[in-house]
Design a protein around this ligand. Structure first.
Ligand SMILES: C[S@@+](CC[C@H](N)C(=O)[O-])C[C@H]1O[C@@H](n2cnc3c(N)ncnc32)[C@H](O)[C@@H]1O
Length: 182
């Protein structure tokens, strides 16, 4: 149901992306997928599946309101980096980070997740779409250190089989681990 609502919302994407790009003077293109927040119980499962600790640096690619990286910092003492292409989301997430009192550990960056430097991540979280996961997959495998955990809310990576999955609140959470270099 939640997935259906998410996919239905994509109908508005091309128009809102176009208007947004015009308003911003087309400095950065519009988002590839609209903002739909991950429910808090799903955030909790994602971070638990990735076994996040205070040694981790969690990157949320398309961070929305920043809830995943904020929770990782608050609950586990992790560092967090949230990246979003939409300036409204960046402003909202930055405000939420300050309100949550985790600005010393969490950074919000405006940028395109396909272009961003993600090499410092030890955990990557995603709530995108399967075709965006597939487009991102070569970058994840190239840029992330072996052993880095990748967790996706609702969307798979095609024929890259997950190490684990979990069902929560009617959705699937997927976990992969970046394999050793050949
Ligand atoms: C479905 S929301 C997920 C938000 C958050 N990760 C969560 O799970 O609550 C997807 C987010 O990705 C952002 N986004 C879409 N395309 C992007 C891109 N190319 N680079 C960075 N952010 C992008 C959108 O602005 C939106 O905030």
């Amino acid at each position: 149901m939640q997935r259906r609502k998410f996919l239905a919302g994509l109908g508005a994407l091309s128009l809102s992306g176009l208007v947004g790009a015009q308003e911003r003077g087309a400095a950065l293109r519009g988002p590839d997928v609209i903002f739909v927040p991950t429910p808090n119980e799903v955030v909790a499962t994602m971070l638990r599946m990735a076994a996040v600790t205070n040694k981790d640096t969690v990157y949320d690619l398309g961070c929305g309101d920043g809830r995943i990286v904020i929770t990782a910092a608050q609950k586990y003492g992790a560092r967090g980096v949230g990246i979003d292409i939409d300036p409204e989301r960046v402003a909202e997430a930055t405000e939420n980070v300050a309100k949550a009192g985790v600005a010393d550990r969490v950074k919000i960056i405006r940028g395109d997740l396909f272009e961003a430097d993600i090499s410092a991540a030890t955990v990557v979280t995603l709530y995108l779409l399967t075709d965006l996961n597939l487009k991102l997959r070569p970058k994840l495998l190239r840029d992330l250190k072996p052993g880095t955990r990748v967790v996706s809310h609702a969307f798979s990576m095609g024929d890259w089989a997950p190490e684990r999955t979990a069902e929560v609140s009617g959705t699937t959470v997927y976990l992969w681990r970046i394999p050793p270099r050949k």
